[in-house]
Design a protein. Structure first.
Lengths: 72, 389
């Protein structure tokens, strides 16, 4: 995350809102989605690139787990 | 104001309606109120509801990709054409906020965004066939119809209106705060600042800068005040509506400011323009051209934001300047910061003085650009020349 987004994620709890706390913005969302698609071989539809799925490390983890089980 | 007063007077009767029927009654009241304000709105609502429901029903049945594209493009074309007519048709029939001028149909700008969202969701398979009753209730909901917040269909549709004393009192308090913000503070600031922007010659630089600060605050008070009224009135009728502003002028950079300014609009722009445009370009250009993709995405989204406010060059320039600010913070400043001395970066991020400076710098930048939202291109250029010259 730190290398992809270029921000210091030290001390960020799994449930901390990384959008409201300014650690990630729209550009970060796009960058993170591209990274996850490339590294994990999943397809993330545009409609899923939202705060609902990317607002915390826990939310991202849960989304990725769902995505790896479910085809696009 | 008359609409608000009528809605508040009718509210006690509405509370007597059984919970299961409140949505239908709220829709009936909303449609009746809008029809009383301007009978043309009834036709507009009916046509928009039919278009959205028609597209959401037909699209899943169309297997051919090109035919789907034609259907979606055609439906969006109708929506955009109506929007352009609304924005360029003139008249004062569409004014909900003091800062809105020359619109022809009340709430049509917001209706356009809602309709486009529903069509694009249908195109992306995010929504199944929609029921006309749900769509009409969502489009016409009186508290949010004239000037937002722009509710998401799912969020509005899935609510069961719930009325209790605490919610009603909170709603009434919110309405009062909103009216003070918009009609007292915003209106007075606007009246003072508009005079200076209209005739800047003869004023010193400090006054010219103060007038731009005042215009920024005026827009905030006007929009946020109206949002308070809408959210409060919705609460009186038992509905929860999305928040629209969260102290945007005490944020330390442009991205944070825009994350808290007119949040339902920026959410719309992010979901339906920035993300799809930048991701599409990213796939075509490859990860090494990431910057070009997000720059293009920001330019498209924020220029559209400007043109949504007004179809003229000054609003287009205003939108592009917002994009430039977002690109600077989101894509350029961070890599540049990595080249600065670590101590300086640490000070900038942690010091209270730096925090205050950053807030002031962000607010000043926003205020300097707002001149393009309040006057034409040539006048804005003259104003800025007087300010710096």
């Amino acid at each position: 995350m730190t290398s992809v987004l270029g921000v210091d994620m030290t001390g960020v709890e799994p449930g901390t809102s990384i959008i409201r706390n300014g650690l990630i913005d729209s550009v970060g969302l796009v960058r993170l989605a591209a990274f996850l698609e490339t590294e994990l071989g999943i397809v993330i539809p545009d409609r899923d690139v939202t705060a609902t799925h990317f607002d915390s490390l826990a939310a991202i983890d849960a989304y990725v787990r769902r995505r790896t089980r479910t085809p696009a | 104001m008359l609409g608000l007063l009528g809605a508040l007077l009718l509210a006690p009767l509405y509370w007597l309606v059984p919970a299961g029927r409140r949505r239908a009654v709220a829709t009936g009241l909303s449609v009746a109120a809008l029809g009383a304000i301007d009978a043309r709105l009834l036709g507009l609502l009916a046509a928009t509801t039919a278009l959205v429901c028609g597209v959401s029903t037909l699209l899943p049945r169309i297997r051919d990709a090109r035919a789907r594209l034609v259907a979606v493009t055609g439906a969006l074309g109708v929506v955009v054409a109506c929007f352009v007519l609304h924005k360029t048709g003139g008249g004062a029939g569409g004014q909900a906020l003091a800062s809105q001028q020359g619109l022809s149909l009340l709430g049509a700008s917001y209706l356009t965004l809602k309709a486009a969202a529903a069509i694009l969701d249908a195109a992306r398979g995010a929504a199944g066939p929609l029921r006309p009753g749900d769509v009409l209730a969502w489009l016409s909901f009186f508290p949010t119809y004239p000037a937002g917040p722009i509710e998401e269909l799912g969020h509005f549709r899935d609510q069961t209106p719930h009325v209790d004393t605490a919610r009603v009192l909170t709603g009434l308090e919110r309405i009062l705060f909103g009216l003070v913000k918009a009609l007292v503070l915003g209106a007075h600031l606007g009246a003072w600042a508009d005079g200076i922007v209209a005739d800047p010659a003869g004023h010193d630089r400090l006054t010219l800068l103060a007038a731009l600060y005042a215009e920024s605050l005026r827009f905030y008070l006007d929009f946020a005040g109206y949002s308070d009224v809408a959210i409060g009135l919705a609460a009186v009728y038992g509905f929860e509506v999305a928040e629209n502003f969260d102290a945007p002028f005490v944020r330390r950079n442009y991205v944070q400011l825009w994350q808290r300014w007119h949040m339902t609009l920026t959410g719309w722009l992010r979901t339906y323009l920035f993300v799809p445009v930048s991701r599409q370009l990213l796939r075509r250009l490859g990860p090494e051209r990431h910057l070009a993709a997000v720059v293009a995405g920001q330019l498209v989204a924020m220029t559209a934001c400007g043109l949504w406010h007004g179809i003229s060059w000054n609003f287009a320039v205003w939108g592009m300047l917002q994009a430039a600010g977002l690109i600077w913070v989101g894509s350029l400043a961070r890599p540049l910061g990595a080249r600065l001395p670590a101590g300086l970066v640490r000070w900038w991020r942690r010091s209270r003085v730096a925090h205050g400076l950053a807030i002031g710098l962000t607010f000043t930048t926003f205020s300097l650009t707002i001149v393009f939202a309040v006057t034409d291109l040539a006048s804005a250029g003259r104003y800025l020349a007087l300010l710096v010259g």
